[in-house]
Design a protein around this ligand. Sequence first.
Ligand SMILES: NC(=O)c1ccc[n+]([C@@H]2O[C@H](COP(=O)([O-])OP(=O)(O)OC[C@H]3O[C@@H](n4cnc5c(N)ncnc54)[C@H](O)[C@@H]3O)[C@@H](O)[C@H]2O)c1
Length: 270
Amino acid sequence: MTALLTDRVAVVTGAGRGIGRAIAELFVTEGARVVINDLDAGPAEEARAACEAIREGAAVTSIGSVTDPAYTDALMARAVEAFGGLDVLVCNAGLTRDRMAHKMSDDEWRSVIDVNLSGTFHCIRSAAPHLRDVAKRELEEHGEVLKVRKVVTFYSTAAIRGNPGQINYTAAKMGNVGIARTVAQEWAPFRICVNAVAPGFIETRMTAEKSAGAPMGIPAAMREAALARIPFGRYGAPEDVARVVLFLASPLSDYVTGQEINVSGGLQIP
Ligand SMILES: NC(=O)c1ccc[n+]([C@@H]2O[C@H](COP(=O)([O-])OP(=O)(O)OC[C@H]3O[C@@H](n4cnc5c(N)ncnc54)[C@H](O)[C@@H]3O)[C@@H](O)[C@H]2O)c1
């Protein structure tokens, strides 16, 4: 069987760690060339080296924040400059700053909305010239698109259910469902599939046991309570999510758009 992403070029945001890094590595394994975005240069470079070990010349980094619309323009341009185009956009970058609603500061609200929600919007708008406009030209010139392009946004089972302490995060993540459903319709004439993935409880920095004073993480008792609600009896691994994102990025899902998938080991909602 041929690789699923041969000759495809992908931008994966927040790919220095966790789920994003697993996506980047799996995409390279499946033949893609990948631009690894992250805010943090060190982890991004480690991810690039891991991708290069799989296939030489398959990955470059782009360091910057998806909260900056001028930067996201440059991020998409990096894919064109390094690899000649853009076929797949994965809006994975995310963070949490948890606090009960009545105590949440404006900074905690804004930082989470800016990265998890506005970041997705910036990336999609910046990718439009390389995804939508290129596909539109193909339609005009050939009467059909030469390939089906893909966008994947990220939301969360915590957002579907609602989650005490995460008014900012759940609002931002449900916004990604709205974004996917809307852009799926706007870009359907250009045969660009836009879908949303909701990880359940996946073992990454975001869900690691919270140490005192750490900005992210989950208290031990809440981690245990979450495990008790997973019928599969284990937390997810980043690779569990990466395989579903691969499906949505690959030709296997060329007639799937505007949809949501939970990757959660059967987590009951609510
Ligand atoms: N881990 C889970 O259980 C879980 C559950 C539901 C949803 N998610 C979502 O999955 C995605 C990946 O999360 P993860 O668990 O791998 O987290 P993670 O913290 O391991 O990795 C997230 C990466 O995003 C990067 N990042 C943060 N802000 C950024 C910005 N402004 N610009 C660019 N990069 C930025 C971080 O530096 C980090 O490397 C996120 O959207 C998250 O909300 C995760």
